[in-house]
Design a protein around this ligand. Structure first.
Ligand code: PS7
Ligand code: MN
Ligand code: MN
Ligand code: MN
Ligand code: MN
Ligand code: MN
Length: 359
């Protein structure tokens, strides 16, 4: 319905969409289905943050160089012709920074209010990432659960804040969402926490650790032990505590989605959330997360797409389905069996109050 017309786009905007397709693992399709007003601001928002994250993820840049780069990244958005030829964790992400001048050119054409939101979030996220980049170099990593959630706030909660401000500015979301900051925060926290649980092995191989010490130290002595076959049971119990911690955001995500007033924006926010709960089911009680990079199947992803592009009732059905699958795998020998069971029960009850089942 909302089709792009590349023949009417400036070459720099075409280039931006090329980088969106190249760099986005999961967002490029849903972004390109957005309505005409939100399409370009959100595509550019994505590219700006993808560029910032490429700097954060580049482990060949020393912390002393990286810290000011992250803090000042937002200033690049105003520098005509700015590009960066770094190493990057991924060739495709490097390419985006090599051609970042195209993003700068298109940012300049944005409505001032949209530009200001993107700049504000980029500045706050860059500062938050910088704090943790210093931390990482001293091998301290994330210690407390509060620190873990603060990191998730910087890299995902803030994205939620920026997106919500864009939606409200465009008239596509209930302005009351701006006051319910805990709902917006949960949208980001849920996605980021699921990503951090799923990517634990990949991040370990890159010498990055996001699981808080206060959680994993209850199960193993050294972080590396989590990936040692000798401690598989302990590792899975540890992952259960991480899943329990992520699960507490699910009901607020559903509540947030009730505030979205337009179909293409609804699809854009709902698809990543249903993918996240499906991924949570995939990683739950699954020792494979400590060896491999897991991903939900193409078939599941396709099915979720159709279920998430209708209405909140169907999205709730998806959440309920995966909550039940998680409940079935819940193991009485797991130290968090009871708490997980209660969290799932609470989620189902919440869904029941939103959409009572007739009988
Ligand atoms: C602006 C659409 C909808 C209220 C690049 C969408 C990395 C999980 O860590 O590459 O590389 O494995 O899979 C997206 C809230 C953020 C949070 C964050 C910007 C939802 C830079 C997504 C996405 C808020 C920091 C996945 C947070 O990247 O991960 C736009 C509402 C970027 C959202 C990072 C992670 C995104 C993420 P990784 P991915
Ligand atoms: Mn990162
Ligand atoms: Mn990343
Ligand atoms: Mn990750
Ligand atoms: Mn990844
Ligand atoms: Mn791996």
């Amino acid at each position: 319905v909302h089709q792009r017309d590349p023949s009417k786009e400036a070459p720099t905007l075409q280039s931006c969409f090329k980088f969106l397709n190249m760099t986005s693992r999961s967002f490029s399709a849903v972004i390109q289905e957005l309505n005409h007003e939100m399409l370009v601001p959100i595509a550019l928002f994505y590219l700006v943050l993808r560029g910032l994250d490429t700097v954060e993820d580049d482990m060949t840049i020393s912390a002393s160089v990286k810290e000011p780069m992250l803090r000042e990244f937002y200033k690049n958005l105003k520098k005509d012709g700015w590009t960066f030829d770094g190493n990057g964790p991924d060739e495709k992400d490097r390419e985006l920074l090599v051609h970042f001048d195209d993003v700068v050119t298109e940012m300049k054409k944005l409505k001032q209010n949209y530009y200001d939101i993107i700049e504000d979030i980029t500045r706050k996220m860059g500062n938050g990432m910088a704090d943790y980049a210093i931390n990482a170099e001293f091998q301290a990593g994330v210690v407390t659960v509060a620190e873990y959630e603060e990191y998730c706030h910087y890299v995902a909660g803030l994205v939620g804040e920026g997106l919500t401000r864009l939606f409200v500015e465009g008239g596509y979301a209930n302005p009351a969402l701006l006051e319910r900051t805990e709902l917006t925060e949960s949208m980001g926290q849920f996605l980021q926490k699921v990503n951090i649980i799923r990517d634990v092995h990949e991040d370990f191989e890159d010498s990055r650790r996001f699981w808080p010490r206060d959680i994993w130290s209850k199960y193993v002595e050294k972080w590396d032990d989590l990936f040692d076959l000798k401690y598989r049971t302990e590792a899975v119990h540890c992952s259960s505590e991480m899943v329990l911690n992520a699960l507490k955001h699910a009901d607020e995500c559903l509540f947030y989605m009730a505030g979205i007033k337009e179909q293409s924006v609804f699809n854009f926010v709902a698809i990543p959330q249903t993918m996240a709960i499906a991924t949570l089911d995939l990683v739950f009680q699954n020792p494979k997360i400590f060896n491999n990079h897991l991903k939900i199947t193409k078939g599941d992803a396709c099915h979720l797409m159709t279920q998430s592009t209708q209405n909140l009732r169907l999205v709730c059905e998806v959440f309920k389905k995966y909550a039940r699958r998680i409940a079935q795998k819940n193991d009485p020998r797991d130290p968090h069996f009871l708490e997980i069971s209660m969290a799932l029960g609470k989620l189902e009850q919440f869904i029941e109050t939103l959409f009572p089942t007739q009988n």
